[in-house]
Ligand binder design. Structure first.
Ligand code: HEC
Length: 303
C-alpha cells in the first residue's frame, strides 16, 4: 500500500516535471516555459541556431551588409537594434551621459580618492574592468554588477546613497562601461558562484509568473512572441542585449539600466517588478550577460 502511494506520488512528480511545472519552496505552483537548450559556454554565438539573427549584427561588416533592414519596420528587430550602438547613429544624449558620469566620478573622487580605487578594486584605472562584470566578490560574498559596485563604493567610502536604478548611479555605470567599450564581455563561468547565479537566472527566465502566466522566454525565444509586434514593440533575442546597457531610451528621454528594463518587462507581463539591486535581478543580469560573452561592450547606445 505504502509502496503504491509512493509510486503514485513519484509518477505525479515525473508527470509534473514533464509538463514543465514546479512547486516552489514556499508552496507556490509555477509552470515553466519549455527549455530552449542554451549552452552558456557558447556566449553570444549561442544565438546561432537560436534566433539566428546574429548573422545580421555579429560585427561591423554584418551590420553594414544588412543596413537596409533598418528601413523595414517589420524586419528591423533582426538587427537587435545594434545599429544604434556606440557611434553608429548621430550624437545622442547617451554620449552626454558618459561625460556626466565622468564628471560625477571626478567630483566624488575629489572628496575621497578611495571612491575611485574602490570602483577599480584597488586601482584607480577602470579601463577594461567593466567587461568582466557581473562577478562574484569574495569579500562581499555575493554577485556584484557594475551598478552594485557603484552603490557599494559610494556607501562604504562616502556614506553617500547612490542606489541602483537611480540616475546618478546609472550615469556612473555608463561612464564606467564606456571605459571598456569595444572589449569583449567575459563573465567568468569557471567561478562556480557565477555558474550558480547563471543557473538561478536561467530558471527565472523560463518560470511563468503574473496575471498573464508569462515567462521571459514567452517573449524572448524563437517560436514565442519574439519577432512579433507587441503594443508597438518587438521582442528580440536575449543574446547580445547586456552589451549595450545602460542605454539611452529615446522615447522617454532617459537612461535606463538593464535591471530597470527587467522591471519594465515584468510590468508588461503583469508581474510585480523588483527593485534594481534585488538578488534575483542580479542573477538575471548574470544570465543575460553570459549570453553576451564574447560580444564587445557597446555603450553608449540608444534604443
Ligand atoms: C510580454 C513580452 C515580454 C516579456 C514576458 C518579457 N519581455 Fe523583455 N522585452 C519585451 C519587449 C517588447 C522589449 C523591447 C524590444 C527588444 O529590444 O527586445 C523587451 C526588451 C528586453 C530587453 C532589452 C533588449 C534591448 O536590446 O535593449 C531585455 C534585456 C529584456 N527584455 C529582458 C527580459 C527579461 C529578463 C524578462 C523576464 C523577466 C523579459 N524580458 C520578459 C517584451 C517582453
Amino acid at each position: 500500500m505504502f509502496e503504491r502511494k509512493r509510486t503514485i506520488l513519484l509518477s505525479a512528480l515525473v508527470l509534473g516535471l514533464a509538463a514543465g511545472c514546479a512547486v516552489l519552496g514556499d508552496g507556490t505552483y509555477r509552470e515553466r516555459y519549455p527549455d530552449a537548450q542554451i549552452d552558456p559556454f557558447k556566449g553570444v554565438e549561442g544565438d546561432v541556431g537560436f534566433s539566428d539573427t546574429i548573422q545580421y549584427w555579429r560585427d561591423e561588416a554584418a551590420l553594414q551588409r544588412h543596413a537596409g533592414l533598418a528601413d523595414k519596420p517589420a524586419e528591423v528587430w533582426k538587427l537587435n537594434w545594434k545599429h544604434m550602438d556606440l557611434d553608429r547613429i548621430d550624437l545622442h544624449p547617451g554620449h552626454l551621459a558618459v561625460d556626466e558620469g565622468q564628471a560625477l566620478v571626478k567630483k566624488l573622487a575629489a572628496r575621497n580618492p578611495a571612491f575611485l580605487t574602490c570602483l577599480g578594486e584597488g586601482s584607480a584605472d577602470l579601463k577594461g574592468k567593466a567587461a568582466a562584470y557581473p562577478k562574484f566578490d569574495e569579500a562581499l560574498g555575493r554577485i556584484v554588477t557594475v551598478e552594485a559596485r557603484i552603490e557599494h563604493c559610494a556607501k562604504s567610502v562616502l556614506k553617500e546613497d547612490l542606489s541602483q536604478g537611480k540616475p546618478p548611479n546609472t550615469r556612473i555605470s555608463v561612464y564606467f562601461k564606456s571605459l571598456s567599450a569595444g572589449m569583449p564581455i567575459k563573465v567568468d563561468l569557471s567561478d562556480e558562484n557565477v555558474m550558480e547565479a547563471y543557473r538561478r537566472g536561467e530558471e527565472l527566465f523560463y518560470r511563468k509568473t503574473g496575471q498573464l502566466n508569462f515567462a521571459c522566454a514567452s517573449c524572448h525565444v524563437p517560436g514565442s512572441i519574439m519577432g512579433h509586434k507587441l503594443r508597438g514593440e518587438t521582442p528580440t533575442t536575449p543574446f547580445g542585449d547586456a552589451a549595450h546597457y545602460p542605454t539611452y531610451r529615446t522615447p522617454v528621454g532617459a537612461l535606463e539600466s538593464i535591471q530597470e528594463r527587467f522591471a519594465r518587462c515584468h510590468g508588461q507581463m503583469r508581474t510585480q517588478g523588483l527593485k534594481p539591486g534585488d538578488p534575483a535581478y542580479a542573477d538575471l543580469e548574470v544570465f543575460v550577460t553570459v549570453l553576451s560573452n564574447g560580444y564587445p561592450v557597446s555603450v553608449p547606445s540608444a534604443r
